[in-house]
Write a protein that binds this ligand. Sequence first.
Ligand code: PNS
Length: 161
Amino acid sequence: MNRIVVYPGSFDPVTNGHLDIIKRAAQVFEQVIVAVFHNPQKKPLFSMEERVELLKEVTKGLDGVSIDYFTGLTIDYVKSREAIAIIRGLRAISDFEGEFQMASLNKQLDGEVETIFFMTDTKYAYLSSSVVKEVAQFGGNIEELVSDSVKAALQKKYGVG
Ligand code: PNS
């Protein structure tokens, strides 16, 4: 069986924490589709094209990993790609409630699709796209938090660095 999984998210932008989850998921499953969610209600810093491009850049050379985007329900996208599970990363306990709600809702929408969690590497436990943007905006050092291409893209957006 070709075990396809979907790792959905905003990825605005992809951080080293996301990348760690992608790499680990790719060691367990044959195909990992990293899917950027287009939320018409939100105004992200990076456009859909930019987020997809950055993800392609940072996952270059990773076997079994592909990048895509979607709008609408995650569960519908997962079914359309014939995936068996949704991958999510869990950082601190504070993530649990929202993730539990999302996983339960998705399970209720389609009982066949599992949500599988990867615990974050402790060195990324505090890391999120939001904190990266905040630090980058004020010219802080984001070297350890994102890849070089993401760092460059952030510095360009904020006109710093
Ligand atoms: O990176 P994020 O912002 O934590 O990702 C959240 C995401 C995109 C996975 C979640 O908001 C989502 O699945 N949105 C798609 C709409 C949907 O399916 N909603 C029902 C489940 S909450």
